[in-house]
Every structure is written in C-alpha cells, then in structure tokens.
Design a protein around this ligand. Sequence first.
Ligand SMILES: Cc1cc2nc3c(=O)[nH]c(=O)nc-3n(C[C@H](O)[C@H](O)[C@H](O)COP(=O)(O)O)c2cc1C
Length: 186
Amino acid sequence: MDKIRDVAVIVGSLRKDSINRKVATVLSELAPERLKLTIVEIGSLPIYNQDVDDNPPAAWTAFRERLRAADAILFVTPEHNRSVPSALKNSIDVGSRPYGKSAWNGKPGAIVSASPGGIGGFGANHHLRQSLVFLNVPTLAQPEAYLGGADKLFDASGKLINEGTRKFLQEFMRSYDAWVTANIKT
Ligand SMILES: Cc1cc2nc3c(=O)[nH]c(=O)nc-3n(C[C@H](O)[C@H](O)[C@H](O)COP(=O)(O)O)c2cc1C
C-alpha cells in the first residue's frame, strides 16, 4: 500500500452530540485506506491574542506542531450565523501565526459542512474557503459538500442511516484522496 497520509480533521462544533462530529467519524470510516483521519481538538485553544505571540500558551504550540506534522487537513463544520463558528475561526488564527510561520501553509484541504437547515452550511463553507485562499491551503473544489437536513441523517446511536449520503461521502473521500496526492508537499 502507498504511504499512509496523516489527515488532521478540524471539527467546527464543540457540542458533545455534534452532527458534524458524527459526519467526521463517518468520513474516517469511508476514507480510502491510506488516509488516516484524526480529529484535532480545538475547544481548549485560548482565544488568539497577538500580545502573547512571544510567549504562547502551551495549547497553541501543541496545536501548531500537530498541524505541521499533518500531511493534509479536512474541515467538518456547522454554520453559525451564516459564517464559520468562532471556535473554528480561532483555530485558523492560532494556526496561522506567528506571521510567516503558518502551520496551514501548503497542506491540501477540503471542507464538508453540515446543518439541519436546507442549505447545509453553505455560508460557513465559503467563508472558510476565503481564509484558506489567504493561508495557501489548496482546497478541493469538487465535489462540494453541503449536507442539508443533517439532523435526519443519523439514528439515535449515531449511525448514518441515509445510503445516498453514504455513497456521496465515499465518493467525496475518493476525490479528496486524489487531491491530497496531487497537492501534498514532499
Ligand atoms: C450561534 C448559532 C448560530 C447558528 N447559525 C446557523 C446558521 O447560520 N445556519 C444554519 O444552518 N444553522 C445555524 N445554527 C444551527 C446549527 O446548524 C445547529 O445547531 C447544528 O446542529 C450545529 O452543528 P453541530 O450539530 O455539529 O453542533 C446555529 C446555531 C448556533 C448555536
């Protein structure tokens, strides 16, 4: 088998029963074998403050090092007020600094957004893309992944019960695998 790719998964929700966390788990099950997905937690990162760049909190340093070690990044996020949840934006900012040393730089990325609402977190998905352009994260364009009505996709045990969505997510991960291979930094 080809070399295993370490994919850092950033989940934009901190909620225990998060739909997006369930989606992330399903994505890791459906991913081609050589993609190893691991959720990198963002809930304990102190809010970014440039004043402490010279003496950063240990949680920032650990997060940046974890991102640097990853081959690729996968974002799975809800939408908050038509944009990116604040915890996710904070993680983007923390990972991007100190200036010139962004841990995101050049890592192949992809975004899945999920919401009970009909437009599947489209606003968050595209606001996130705006930041990723600036951060030089080459981000998979197609297929786009906006999962609407996502509260109906899982049963009480957290199992994905929609076969169409399963097929779509499997295809999505195949495309992402090819994208990672084409864009990975050697
Ligand atoms: C502060 C806040 C803002 C929200 N704004 C939106 C929104 O703009 N669009 C949307 O589709 N859902 C919105 N929602 C509903 C979330 O999509 C819903 O809570 C979803 O389950 C969150 O994802 P999670 O289950 O992964 O935590 C919002 C929820 C919160 C708490």
